[in-house]
Design a protein around this ligand. Structure first.
Ligand code: HEM
Length: 414
């Protein structure tokens, strides 16, 4: 993601070794040595991105300070002209009508947009989705009848999209079309900007139609709840479509990566996998440690100072773009003992995989439900599960925001 080694802010390097590469397949496969170097030598560093520089925050304490800072805005309008010209936002810069959602909002607007969705994420709805996640997982696993399978294509990818379709109440007959547009928008899967733009347009039209359908034929889904709130004037039409779009982009690839990265962690730690098979009640602890040890979100989304701020001793000026490396913070030895060890049930600071503060992931409970269903069932149904390739052959997404696998080839049966 970063093409050149970072300049060091106010920090003087304490290592004479160069920083490991911050770009390319080696970094994608294992970014942790580079994160370790940054945390030690340049914890708040200036990194050159295509078109503009950005600050990268890597220590746990600084990450928490950044994620919760009152003078850091999320609204892209607060970004510097260089950042805006570089077009580094989500691939919807050409569609401002889809960008009017909570992750791009601050203050009262953010609170209003978030309140509408949290009110619809009721414990009852999450409990219903747990049963659905188990049902969909079983159905997907039933289809894996050969000795080998790709658990990303066969499970990690289709499960979250099916759950989002349930959440939004996408009719059965439209799901294939929805799925097709969504898979192009996954930045990891698409390389062509025009292709993403076309799919984004198609998805916006699809979501507009879906909203109209919910107006004329209300269902028991979350989107129907949002439409009701919109009818009462709490959110406008673009905010409604943008929110549906956000739930798709924020809730899909992240959960694909949780399941894929989690299964890989267990395949590489057979003793821990055995302990979990012996006591499935440990599953929530395991999901938590997977999120810390190799979480899906590589960098929390952009933040911009609205006045000069100092974090980790480094001054950042209004508009300068800031990214927080959540995986770097989640391996900070100042917050986690023996941070490179996969140790479910560890005691210590809470991990930052879902962020912190006002923008803390609203779908965290749902993501855990999906991760537990998928990972729990795979372990239960395939006691002899093993990786079918050398770990060095696994291919990782070359994404700046996400960390996940293109595929996870496994042997299902001995
Ligand atoms: C926000 C991670 C799943 C919806 C966030 C943030 C993170 C995150 C780190 C904060 C971003 C920031 O502060 O810049 C994850 C991970 C997931 C996951 C690791 C899976 C393991 C989901 C799901 C949904 C969802 C399943 C919904 C279906 C959202 C929304 C926000 C958000 C709407 C914006 C919240 C706000 O701005 O107030 N997520 N997420 N996420 N997430 Fe998730």
């Amino acid at each position: 993601i970063f093409s050149v080694a970072p300049e060091v802010g106010t920090y003087r390097p304490v290592s004479t070794d160069p920083c490991p590469p911050l770009f390319g397949p080696a970094f994608d496969a294992d970014p942790y040595p580079a994160f370790d170097w940054l945390r030690r030598n340049a914890p708040v560093s200036r990194v050159p991105l295509p078109g503009c520089d950005a600050w990268l925050v890597t220590r746990y304490e600084d990450a928490v300070a950044t994620l919760t800072h009152p003078s850091l805005a999320k609204d892209p309008a607060a970004g510097s002209p260089e950042w805006r010209a570089a077009g580094l936002g989500l691939p919807l810069d050409h569609r401002p009508s889809l960008a009017r959602h909570m992750i791009n909002a601050d203050g009262a607007d953010h609170a209003r947009l978030r309140r509408v969705v949290s009110a619809a994420f009721t414990p009852r709805r999450i409990a219903g989705l747990r049963a659905r996640a188990l049902e969909i997982t079983d159905d997907l696993l039933d289809r894996l009848d050969g000795p080998e399978a790709d658990l990303v294509a066969g499970l990690a990818y289709p499960l979250p999209i099916a759950i989002i379709c349930d959440l939004l109440g996408v009719p059965e007959e439209d799901r294939a079309v929805f799925h097709r547009h969504a898979s192009v928008i996954d930045s990891a899967a698409a390389s062509e900007v025009e292709e993403i733009a076309r799919a984004t347009d198609a998805l916006e039209a699809f979501l507009d139609d879906l909203v109209e359908l919910k107006r004329s034929r209300p269902g028991s889904d979350l989107l129907t709840d949002l439409v009701r709130r919109s009818n009462q004037g709490e959110i406008d039409k673009d905010e409604l479509t943008s929110t549906a779009f956000l739930l798709l982009v924020a809730g899909h690839e992240t959960t694909v990566a949780l399941i894929g990265n989690g299964l890989l962690a267990l395949l590489r730690h057979p003793a821990q996998a055995r302990a979990l098979r012996d006591d499935p009640a440990l599953l929530p602890d395991y999901i938590d440690e997977i999120l810390r040890y190799d979480g899906p979100v590589r960098n929390a989304t952009w933040r911009f100072p609205t006045e000069p701020v100092v974090i980790g001793g480094q001054e950042m000026l209004p508009g300068e773009p800031i990214l927080v490396s959540l995986p770097a913070a989640n391996r900070d030895p100042a917050a986690f003992a023996d941070p490179d060890t996969f140790a479910p049930g560890r005691i210590g600071e809470p991990h930052l995989a879902f962020g912190r503060g006002a923008h803390y992931c609203i779908g965290a409970a749902l993501a855990k439900v999906e991760g537990e269903a998928a990972i729990g069932r795979v372990l239960e149904r395939f006691p002899d599960l093993a990786l079918a390739v050398d770990p060095a052959e696994l291919r990782w997404w070359p994404s700046m925001i996400m960390r996940g696998l293109f595929s996870l080839p496994v042997r299902l049966r001995a």
